[in-house]
Design a protein around this ligand. Structure first.
Ligand code: C5P
Length: 399
């Protein structure tokens, strides 16, 4: 999923020929899942119609101070609404007015009111783009913390060839995605999450498994990706999905597969969250053919211990923040604290089968986080998506 997903983007269009590309920009941003509103300078309507942009953005387009409610405050409302403001095209005129604080149209007033990051994509003829006053205005806006999306080189509307035409809409969107991702708190960090059950095969058609759905681990993986992390999700058999998220998913079946995948991804990980419900034992032998019913009333299957993946990671950990889960039915705190120490964890997430909101297959969870210094944080019952955010907050504080 793009970092632009569900972000509110205010596109401010000023009066240059590149304004026709605003239509492609709106479409591209919407395709990324952003919510888009468009405002224009009055003259920009000569280059692209408000009707085109309102149809594509599915929002009314305005260019006057008096909004459709007849009030004066639409510039403030737009500015407060936006997560990001993008002035594209940003003509030499709008650029200079933004730099000197002029406030004689809706775009400029909204710009002055904006508290969100402001991006601007200059668009002008090559000599205008090179002019010292333009360069000074760009530097001035950058000194205010605004972000310039540099113009590109090519044929200009004047017929001249050079630098000055607005960056192509797909390059602007790329630029936004890259720079926004770089501001996220887990940008540059690798987070490895395990999820779901493991299946330990008895024969080609039967296995020993458990009721884990994988929901909790999948939500943790998504929450980490939303914070900009590079996420690897190692999942046992699960119907959950991470479609649309930039998450590397490795599907495994048995505990030993999971062991291998977790170890292969451990060395360069910054954070490892082991939320999978790993089978502690597996059949000593996996029959090559389906086990047949015999006359005996009992069938005895010999089980052998699986490796404790988390413990093995705890033994070799260097810089990694290591997080485990404990699902208990009784003596919850005591058992969880023992696991925390035995597996060399930074913290453990405890959920109790005694809580009706917690457990396998549920959409909610109720957790207590026990830190390695044994301090405890209790959380209310909430959706697994919100529980994942709480866990990620604790991780962020520790990083
Ligand atoms: O010891 P217990 O199974 O209760 O510990 C639970 C924690 O250990 C979970 O984080 C689980 O993913 C992990 N675990 C593991 N390998 C096993 C069993 C559990 O990594 N064989």
């Amino acid at each position: 999923m793009s970092v632009l997903h569900s972000k509110k983007i205010l596109l401010a269009v000023s009066a240059g020929i590149a304004a026709y590309k605003a239509a492609f920009l709106v479409r591209g941003l919407i395709k990324k899942g952003a919510e888009v509103k468009v405002i224009m300078t009055p003259e920009a309507q000569n280059f692209v119609t408000p009707l085109t942009l309102s149809t594509l953005s599915k929002n009314p387009v305005e260019w006057e101070f008096f909004g459709d409610k007849g009030d004066w405050n639409n510039h403030v409302e737009y500015a407060l609404w936006a997560d990001y403001m993008l002035v594209a095209p940003c003509t030499a005129n709008t650029l200079s007015h933004m730099a000197d604080g002029t406030c004689d149209n809706l775009v400029l007033a909204t710009y002055l009111s904006a508290k969100c990051p402001v991006y601007f994509a200059p668009a002008m003829d090559l000599d205008m783009y090179k002019h010292p006053s333009t360069l000074e205005n760009i530097s001035k806006l950058e000194s205010f913390g605004n972000i310039c999306i540099p113009a590109e080189a090519g044929e200009l509307a004047s017929g001249l060839v050079g630098e000055g035409r607005m960056a192509e809409p797909e390059n602007i969107i790329d630029f936004l995605e890259r720079t926004i991702a770089a501001t996220l708190p887990l940008y540059g960090k690798k987070v490895v999450v395990s999820a779901g059950p493991t299946y330990e095969n008895l024969d080609p058609v039967r296995f020993i498994g458990n009721y884990s759905s994988g929901k909790m681990g999948f939500e943790i993986a998504k929450a980490a990706a939303d914070l900009g992390a590079k996420v690897t999700l190692v999942s046992g058999p699960s119907h959950e999905s991470v479609m649309g998220y930039p998450i590397e998913r490795i599907d495994v079946v048995s505990a030993r597969d999971m062991y291998n995948a977790m170890h292969a991804n451990f060395a360069d990980a910054n954070v490892v969250v082991m939320s999978a419900a790993v089978a502690d034992y597996r059949p000593k032998e996996t029959a090559e053919q389906k086990i047949k019913k015999e006359n005996d009333d009992n069938l005895i299957i010999e089980l052998v211990k699986n490796p404790d993946i988390l413990k093995s990671l705890g033994e070799i950990k260097t810089h990694q923040l290591l997080v485990g889960f404990a699902l208990e039915t009784n003596n919850e705190e005591e058992y969880a604290k023992k696991k925390l120490a035995k597996k060399n964890l930074d913290f453990i997430v405890l959920n109790s089968m005694q809580d009706k909101e917690a457990g396998f297959q549920k959409n909610t969870n109720k957790i207590t986080i026990i830190d390695k210094d044994l301090s405890m944080q209790q959380f209310e019952a909430k959706s697994k998506a919100d529980v994942a955010k709480d866990i990620l907050n604790v991780i962020l504080n520790k990083l």
